[in-house]
Design a protein around this ligand. Structure first.
Ligand code: NAP
Length: 293
């Protein structure tokens, strides 16, 4: 079994990103600029956004954080989004999910100019992704592709089972793995909560991508010998063992599943770190007008 080491891969890619950002600064006098909008005080969101901001600084980007409390209205957020859409000093921006109940995430996503949608959630980017056209790919699936690429994992003709069909992870992941691309060219099954006989399906998988949100959901009896297992899950539990006061668990029962795998991602230290790198790559691409002018 080989560990797909998100720390190693992300550090390697961040060196490349930092070099490109430095070249851009020398050429244009500008740093790539990412803005994050954070609503409320959700512990997970606070941690993820802080990490995104920190990583921007590390690779020589400018980053700005705009905070609102939970009472912000949808209309107020749209005003800010419109302002950012029209602000030439901003290359890309994200609105951290989840949002409070009274705000429709679809309305927010569609209000973002797709040319600044570095999370890759806007329907224009998702549509272009499906058609294999240049676009901002959704950050987590993009990170998984970068990971597969880095380790030169052969995906062509393989059976890939994606568990979970969310708009931000499972659904786009299934499209990316089925595209005529490298990585890609898999025969994909997209499983969800209504799927019957899931174990029968996963036992036929060469590659399993778990994005469910349930600790230890994928057990050893669901995995065939030699499979590649990618664990997207980030399940936070309070803990007295850590300084932060919580512990992260994946969707895969790592200790039992790992001995059967050819490759597996750990949690933490796997997909989460790659998601941040994808966001940096998308922001750099936005600053260079790589996909849209
Ligand atoms: P989500 O929107 O809650 O979607 C969960 C999916 O799992 C749904 O499609 C659901 O099916 C499916 N599901 C639930 N129970 C199931 C079951 N018993 N059998 C099969 N499928 C089942 O979650 P998400 O946003 O995709 O996130 C999934 C996990 O990834 C979470 O732990 C999240 O924290 C983590 N995450 C990590 C990163 C990262 O950077 N590492 C990024 C994003 C999310 P239905 O559609 O039928 O309800």
């Amino acid at each position: 079994m080989k560990l797909l080491d998100g720390k190693h891969v992300s550090e390697h890619l961040k060196i490349e990103i930092a070099q490109e950002a430095a070249d851009l600064l020398a050429k244009t006098g500008r740093k790539p600029h990412l803005v994050a909008i954070l609503v409320g005080n959700d512990g997970g969101s606070e941690t993820y956004v802080a990490s995104k901001m920190r990583n921007c600084e590390k690779v020589g980007f400018k980053s700005s954080l705009i905070r609102y409390d939970n009472s912000v209205t949808e209309a107020e957020l749209i005003v800010k989004i419109t302002e950012l859409n029209n602000d030439n000093s901003v290359d890309g921006f994200i609105v951290q999910l989840p949002l409070p109940q009274h705000i429709n995430p679809e309305t927010i996503t569609e209000a973002i100019d797709y040319r600044k949608d570095v999370d890759g959630f806007h329907p224009v980017n998702l549509g272009r992704m499906q058609r294999n056209l240049p676009c901002f790919l959704p950050a987590t699936p993009y990170g998984i592709l970068l990971m597969l690429q880095f380790y030169n994992i052969d995906t062509e003709g393989k059976n890939c089972v994606v568990i979970g069909r969310s708009n931000i992870v499972g659904s786009p992941m299934s499209i990316l793995m089925a595209r005529n691309a490298k990585p890609g060219n898999c025969t994909v099954t997209l499983a969800h909560s209504k799927t019957k006989n899931l174990k029968e399906i996963t036992l036929n998988a060469d590659i399993i991508i778990a994005a469910i949100g349930k600790k230890n959901f994928v057990t050893a009896d669901m995995v065939k010998q030699g499979a590649v297992v990618i664990d997207v899950g980030m399940n936070r539990e309070t803990s007295t063992e850590t300084k932060s006061g919580y512990k992260l668990f994946g969707d895969v029962y790592f200790e039992a599943v790992a001995p059967k795998c050819s490759y597996i991602t750990p949690v933490p230290g796997g997909v989460g770190l790659m998601t941040i790198v994808s966001l940096l790559k998308n922001t750099l691409a936005a600053a260079k007008n790589e996909y849209y002018s």
